[in-house]
Design a protein around this ligand. Structure first.
Ligand code: SAM
Ligand code: SF4
Length: 464
């Protein structure tokens, strides 16, 4: 691999050459790769590189069907739900696509106090949320890490009714190894950071100033997080900035690098597409817009390549697109989201971008339950220390259905008892009946039914 001082382990030349000189694979070869994929062990990155070039509609349909098969076999109908919690929209960077960019003088800026954070969390908890993604701009300088840790403590401290937040994932600017150690000590779930674009010239263009303009420091964030002992990391690409084929090939190089150095790839991959953001002209006309068809291809390819890695879709997508994405491999979604600090309790500070889905969590849950998908608020793995490689050991088709399915059922039951509207309750109870039948062991099914009774009797937070 050619390493350069600017681009690190992302070998741009190799990607340019591959895209310029490789023909799409023949039908026979595609079908061989898809047969391999159906063994549920993932396919080689060389095989993914080939599938990426498929443009033929019939073959694409076969790719979608394979992704759907893998999603069903491994995850069943579970969908994990979370809410983003924006704590500060101050930022010293000037990302061309983001409403928080420093040059957006019109944005009303705010950094929540610890008390305000608690208020936001009370609201989220009383809607039924159990997982949040803490999000922040990069404007607090040296105080940022201490502030983040105080926010995390505040979030975990809130108890309201029968609820509390049980897992906090974090999406903040990259840290040093020591910084990541502090973040780990604060008991975070996943550390998320998106490279946005792996294409160096584009990266430099859309990040003209501020700490984020350092491509290599951003790229190597996950190395430092792993070195600090954080073993669940989430990567992502902001689709629309550059050619999606380049981005996927580079993402594969990133994953390969992490696997080689640390024996472990990312826990999740996020797939945002650029949404219009006031004060960020580029966001209204992304240079490389990704069509719905290509977006579906991206999700399907990721599901086929890394079957045990979570794929996260945010509120940014419309309900219609989300529906299709679930069937292709998305395993986590946000619901009832606001992208401005204080957005759950007030509406004063400016938002980061506009949302494609404006529904409340109850509406989202009603909708996905009606489609036959099982909303899950499970946080068991992280709390039992099943992270990193331990999680990967669990991530086998049979085992996921033995642990994750019962835990999805019990956490959904908690939601139905404590927070759901009457119409959601009705659909939800029926869904639970149906899902119980899918638990592959009689013993575990009985245990789950027992747990459901204890929840009806007032007990909470029971899991396998
Ligand atoms: N400031 C940190 C950073 O940039 O990495 C973390 C928080 S930032 C608010 C979270 C993510 O929002 C970014 O990584 C970017 O991918 C996404 N984002 C920014 N502007 C967006 C837009 N217009 N549409 C969709 N996503 C956007
Ligand atoms: Fe700041 Fe992050 Fe937005 Fe860039 S994407 S302007 S770093 S909040």
């Amino acid at each position: 691999m050619v390493l350069t001082k600017e681009t690190g382990f992302i070998d741009h030349e190799r990607i340019y050459n591959y895209l310029a000189n490789t023909k799409p694979p023949e039908k026979k070869e595609v079908e061989e790769i898809l047969a391999h994929a159906r063994e549920l062990k993932g396919i080689s990155f060389e095989e993914t590189e080939k599938l990426l070039l498929v443009e033929d509609n019939e073959l694409l349909e076969e790719i979608f069907q394979t992704a759907n098969y893998i999603k069903n076999e491994i995850y069943g109908k579970r969908l994990v739900l979370f809410a983003p919690l924006y704590v500060s929209n101050l930022c010293n960077n000037d990302c061309a696509y983001c409403g928080f960019r420093v040059s957006n003088r019109k944005l009303k800026r705010a950094t929540l106090t610890v008390e305000q954070v608690k208020k936001e969390v009370e609201e989220l908890v009383s809607e039924g949320h159990k997982r949040v993604l803490l999000v922040s701009g990069e404007g607090l300088g040296e105080t940022a890490l201490d502030y983040t840790v105080r926010c995390i403590d505040a979030i975990y401290s809130v108890k309201k009714g029968n609820g509390e937040i049980r897992r906090i994932n974090v999406n903040i600017a990259p840290l040093s190894v020591d910084g990541f150690k502090k973040l780990k000590a604060a008991k975070i779930g996943t550390y998320q950071l998106f490279q946005e674009t792996y294409h160096y010239p584009t990266y430099k263009k859309v990040h003209p100033r501020g700490p984020k303009s350092d491509y290599l420091y951003h790229l190597t964030a996950m190395d430092r997080a792993f070195q600090a002992g954080i073993d669940d990391v989430g990567v992502g690409i902001l689709f629309g900035l550059y050619d999606y084929k380049f981005e996927i090939l580079a993402l594969l190089q990133h994953i390969k690098h992490l696997e080689k150095e640390f024996g472990l790839g990312p826990h999740t991959i996020s797939v945002p597409r650029i949404e219009p953001a006031n004060g960020a002209p580029l966001s209204f006309e992304p240079p490389y817009p990704v069509s719905d068809r290509d977006f579906k291809k991206i999700i399907a390819l990721l599901r086929i390549t890394v079957p045990y890695t979570g794929i996260i879709l945010s509120t940014r997508e419309t309900p219609e697109m989300r529906r299709e994405a679930f069937s292709l491999g998305v395993s986590q979604i946000s619901a009832g989201s606001r992208t401005n600090p204080g957005g759950y309790t007030a509406k004063e500070a400016g938002e980061q971008f506009s949302l494609g889905d404006h529904r409340s969590i109850d509406e989202v849950i009603y909708d996905i339950s009606k489609m036959g998908y099982l909303p899950s608020f499970c946080t068991a793995c992280y709390r039992l220390g099943r992270t990193g490689l331990d999680f990967m050991d669990l991530a086998k088709p049979g085992l996921i259905k033995l642990y994750c399915l019962p835990n999805a059922i019990t956490t959904f039951k908690e939601y139905l008892v404590d927070y759901a509207s009457e119409k959601t309750k009705k659909v939800g109870e029926k869904l639970i009946e149906k899902m119980l039948k899918e638990i592959p062991s009689e013993k575990v099914r009985e245990k789950t039914i027992k747990y459901l009774k204890t929840i009806e009797n007032g007990e909470r937070d029971v899991y396998l």
